[in-house]
Design a protein around this ligand. Structure first.
Ligand code: 1GP
Length: 229
């Protein structure tokens, strides 16, 4: 079975975006550790099932990051369930999860579930708007969330989500230093191998998204962190 603790690099594919078969093949045959399917807007049952079936041709772990109940389905190796720690809307702390458990709790394989503490840090991102996240956070705010995730909630993963923007390495480092058991995911604005290396030297796992759709060669190069960090 796959061990997410060993994952250093993840490509995140947005089911609402188009990707050619040739680009998808290069992504799935690259040196990444896993594919995560997830997005904020227009994530539907149809586009998730379509992308899942295309990625399933390749021999690497596949995870769904749950954005809504309608597009959640069997067939993935893992389900990443976000709880947005800096959301001001209880829906994104545990409201969606509560609805999901009411509907499907009797049939869930909890070994496949990974509860992710999210801290949304880019105020311009769709996820910040959707979750009404309080993004004006300094280093000590983020450190407090890291302690909350690690020492109180004991979450397996803390995800610093700068989606669409390259983050502040000092803030990421401060969060990392506050974690003992929780795995640190960093995502946002990695569009060059140098940025991938910088964040991979701090976080346990980096997530690469947008650049897949903008510059496939640069995206593929980010997997070289394995040789370079
Ligand atoms: C988005 O964290 C991921 O959820 C990756 O961010 O799309 O900016 O690479 P980018």
């Amino acid at each position: 079975m796959y061990d997410i603790k060993e994952w250093r690099h993840i490509f995140k594919l947005d089911p609402a975006k188009e990707i050619s078969d040739a680009d998808l093949e290069q992504i799935c045959m690259s040196n990444t550790d896993a594919i995560m399917i997830g997005g904020t807007d227009n994530v539907t049952e149809d586009n998730v099932i379509h992308l899942m079936s295309r990625v399933r041709r390749y021999p690497l772990p596949l995870a769904l990051e749950i954005s809504n109940l309608e597009s959640t389905m069997p067939g993935f190796d893992f389900y990443f369930v976000p709880t947005v720690l800096n959301s001001t809307d209880v829906t994104y702390h545990n409201g969606l999860l509560h609805s999901a458990l009411k509907a499907y709790g009797h049939m869930i394989d909890f070994d496949e579930m990974v509860f992710e503490g999210y801290v949304v840090l880019n105020p311009e991102s769709k996820v910040a708007t959707k979750t009404s996240a309080q993004t004006t956070l300094n280093e000590s705010d983020v450190v407090a969330y890291a302690q909350m995730a690690d020492s109180f909630y004991r979450l397996p993963v803390l995800y610093l989500e700068y989606s669409g923007q390259y983050g502040n390495p000092e803030i990421v480092r401060a969060a990392k230093q506050s974690l003992s058991n929780t795995q640190l995911f960093y995502g946002g604005g990695i569009d060059h191998i140098d940025k991938a290396i910088e964040m991979a030297q701090i976080a346990d796992t980096i997530i690469v998204g947008n650049v897949i759709y903008e510059d496939i060669k640069a995206a593929l190069k980010t997997t070289k962190i394995k040789e370079r960090t």
